[in-house]
Design a protein around this ligand. Structure first.
Ligand code: PLP
Length: 432
């Protein structure tokens, strides 16, 4: 915040707003920390804020202003320019820091902007170790950095810690993990890999993309990660009505570095989107609880009908124990194979309640073929090398009535010829 919008050598402003845990965070119109210093359960923390708003607004006001008048020629205001800081954004950042068990959270214009900010800490010659089953956009940004930025990127199967160890060296500046991976739903052992990375290079920054789990289900910072980031476009907001990215850290120096890049590049989240994300995050628990319950029923349904289903809530998942040793739930994204690309296409196109869409984390259910959609930016050869089944269907389960979702899916399966029964047979005995 002290590097004011006008930049340059603006006088360093003091922010005496030390919170209850002693963090010197930027000021907020509503401190978003419990009055008595007590920590409540996450369902309570998600909705609980305290305000110092002059009218006691229950919802944080939207400070839709690019600049803020100063009290003297030398500055003196808590805020001066929205690229550098905005009260609505700060309120959200402090709320998210609390929820993510982080010392500091920063919000930016998208999940990819978050990764862009994080990877700007890299220098030519630095090495990055990451997975071979990554979100397509992450893969694209890393490819760009290796082609244009002199960064050496090692894609390995991060679900096998030995494979990660083989490429870790003192030059490994960053380890970038996703768990469960998307769309193959493979699980990564965060504590083991974080320890190995820090042993190889104590300055290595272990970053975890927590978009699939959300802070409700997983806290990578508590498992040894240095940075956790998420696409706020997904579960955190929950309604597909905004794009946002969130970065959270416990190391104050790291937080300052990331903030410097955000202020320099101007990717901080707009006041209106900050307000929308603040509104969305309050219902994270009720949404996710319903989505997970629905996802489990749908995974069981598909598995019962003989499909190869990938979902951490299924006992058949080869890393079931590992996932549940780290996370508090299974999430609401699953994928399954049909054995035939044409059949998969017909299923996707026959479903009515399941919208054909990239993304996930929304209250309504989505269906997609990752190789054709979200992961199409990974070329076909690389997809084949990484054993990504072209017929894979990804389901992102929403909060609808689960019987309606199953009914719609079974109609699509029958219409596509994916199951060898008529709809009447199916409905007479759905679990046959
Ligand atoms: N990480 C994961 C796992 C994602 O699925 C996505 C987007 O789908 C992103 C990051 C990027 O987020 P955004 O679309 O908000 O830039």
């Amino acid at each position: 915040m002290s590097a004011a919008g006008s930049g340059g050598d603006a006088p360093k402003k003091a922010f005496p707003h030390v919170d209850l845990e002693g963090h010197d965070l930027p000021p907020s119109p509503a401190p978003s920390s419990p009055h008595a210093g007590r920590r409540y359960n996450i369902a309570t923390e998600l909705v609980y804020t305290e305000g110092s708003d002059q009218y006691n607004a229950s919802s944080v006001p939207i400070y839709q202003s690019a600049t803020f008048k100063q009290t003297s020629g030398g500055g003196g205001g808590e805020y001066d320019y929205t690229r550098s800081g905005n009260p609505t954004r700060t309120h959200l950042e402090r709320h998210l820091a609390k929820i993510m068990s982080a010392q500091r959270a920063l919000v930016v214009s998208s999940g990819m902007a978050a990764l862009d900010v994080i990877t700007r800490m890299l220098r030519p010659g630095d090495e990055v170790v990451t997975g071979d089953d990554l979100y397509g956009g992450t893969h694209r940004l890393l490819k760009y950095l290796s082609t244009n930025g002199g960064i050496i990127v090692h894609h390995v199967d991060t679900t096998v810690p030995e494979k990660v160890r083989e490429v870790l060296t003192s030059k490994t500046a960053m380890v970038l993990l996703e768990t469960p991976t998307n769309p193959l739903i493979k699980i990564v052992d965060i504590p083991q890999i974080a320890t190995a990375a820090h042993e190889a290079n104590p300055n290595c920054v272990v970053s975890v993309d927590n978009t699939m789990m959300s802070p409700l289900l997983l806290n990578p910072l508590e498992l040894g990660a240095d940075i956790v980031y998420e696409s706020g476009t997904k579960y955190l907001s929950g309604h597909h009505d905004l794009m946002a990215g969130v970065i959270a850290v416990n190391d104050a120096g790291l937080g300052d570095k990331l903030y410097f890049t955000i202020n320099s590049s101007g990717c901080g989240l707009s006041p209106f989107d900050s307000w929308l994300l603040m509104r969305g995050v309050k219902t994270l628990k009720v949404r996710m609880d319903q989505q997970q319950t629905n996802a489990q029923r749908i995974a069981d349904f598909l598995e019962t009908h003989g499909f190869k289903v990938r979902y951490p809530g299924l006992r058949s998942h080869p890393q079931y124990e590992l996932h549940h040793s780290m996370a508090r739930g299974s999430g609401a994204v699953l994928s399954f194979e049909t054995g035939d690309v044409g059949v998969s296409e017909r299923i996707v196109e026959s479903a009515k309640l399941w919208a054909i869409s990239v993304s996930f984390g929304c209250v309504n259910s989505l269906i997609s073929m990752p190789c054709r959609m979200s992961h199409a930016s990974i070329d076909a050869k690389t997809r084949a090398e990484r054993a990504m089944p072209e017929d894979l269907i990804r389901l992102c389960v929403g909060i609808e009535d689960v019987d309606d979702l199953i009914d719609d899916l079974q109609r699509a399966l029958v219409q596509a010829g994916a199951v060898n029964v008529t709809l009447d047979d199916f409905q007479a005995n759905p679990s046959s």
